[in-house]
Design a binder for this molecule. Structure first.
Ligand code: A3P
Length: 334
């Protein structure tokens, strides 16, 4: 009840899969088995993140490395969701206030048009993004906020996973902004209350700590690449080089320079790269520009402008309690 009051976008119901685990819009349950049973391909790269850890940045980086390292591919200006689909996006479409589907599909929405063209004869309500992912040509670069628990147990045998982590304080600040921005969350509470929702694992895709622990356990798997947002900020070319080795793109120094430049915060903001289509009609539209929009600041350490010492201590205690024993440490500034 408290959640539905403070998150006006969750008016179609929310569900927690187990008492302490994974918290989603109810519509997730409709697609959970399809997602779990999805066939991963050897050329797939799955970008796995908790929200606001640098997902979009990594999608644009990997797609560019694989498809546009010379910056001459006209497809590069297509909306990101069409080039790098968001695997579980269907449950947002069907499960939050942002949705006007399937009751009132807008035939002019670019996402619907794309679906009709690429998946003729298929039904939107059977999973729009899932079916678009099925027909996406290889190599596929797929985004998910789902944890290993909810994906095929064979994912690391069949595909590569890039997991992007970010320090929890900047992640909270960014997630708070996002939750106010996106109609499907519709957050109306204070920042302080938001921190408490995060700490209680009461945000969609929480618990973050559990996601981190499960990624950390797999960090030495040859098909797993665990990276940090702050490291990409500190040394983009060094990190791109490691990524190049991991995904096997074999880029030249010039191409690495191209990717670094093209995927810089400034360049992505100017180009309007964001998780939804830029003229999306049903989930971000008029609120997207508020307080910097989706591409807000893109820095490490902005949390210092938002956190009181008391809130900071709560997050430090949370980090120590849930992650203190595994040797994972965060960078809180550059
Ligand atoms: P801020 O809100 O701190 O600015 P996600 O894509 O996982 O939702 O993450 C969004 C966060 O990544 C936002 O953080 C956004 O500004 C930042 N971001 C996106 N593209 C970026 C880039 N090219 N460089 C740095 N940060 C970027």
């Amino acid at each position: 009840k408290r959640l539905e009051r403070d998150f006006t976008g969750y008016n179609k119901g929310i569900v927690r899969l187990q008492p302490d685990r994974w918290f989603f819009a109810k519509a997730y349950t409709k697609f959970a088995d399809k997602i779990y049973n999805m066939q991963w391909k050897p050329s797939d790269v799955c970008i796995m993140t908790y929200p606001k850890c640098g997902t979009t940045w990594m999608q644009e980086i990997i797609w560019t490395m694989r498809n546009n390292p010379d910056l001459d591919n006209p497809m590069a200006s297509a909306p990101l969701y069409g080039r790098s689909p968001f695997l579980e996006m269907d449950f947002f479409l069907f499960g939050t206030a942002a949705s006007n589907l399937p009751e009132h599909p807008d035939p002019n929405d670019p996402l619907i048009k794309d679906f009709k063209k690429k998946c003729p004869g298929k039904k939107i309500e059977d999973g729009l993004m899932l079916q678009l992912t099925d027909v996406l040509p290889e190599p596929r670069t797929i985004k998910t906020h789902l944890n290993f628990d909810l994906l095929s147990p064979q994912i690391l045998d069949n595909a590569k996973v890039v997991f992007v982590a970010r320090n929890p304080k900047d992640t909270i600040v960014s997630y708070h902004h996002h939750s106010r921005l996106i109609r499907g969350h519709g957050y109306t509470g204070t920042f302080e209350e938001f921190v408490k929702y995060f700490l209680a694992d009461d945000l969609q895709f929480s618990p973050y700590w559990l996601m981190l622990r499960q990624a950390w356990e797999r960090r030495s798997h040859p098909n797993m690449h665990l990276v940090f947002f702050e490291d990409f900020k500190a040394d983009i070319k060094g990190e791109l080089r490691k990524l190049d080795t991991f995904i096997g793109t074999g880029l030249s120094d010039k191409q690495i320079d191209n990717v670094a430049e093209y995927t810089s915060f400034k360049s992505m903001k100017e180009r309007g790269v964001q998780e939804a289509s830029s003229n999306d009609s049903f989930w971000v539209k008029e609120v997207l520009e508020k307080d910097g929009g989706f591409m807000r600041k893109g820095t490490a350490g902005d949390w210092k402008n938002k956190f009181t010492p008391e809130l900071e201590k709560l997050v430090d205690d949370w980090t120590q309690k849930h992650l203190g024993d595994i040797g994972l440490s965060f960078k809180y500034s550059l």
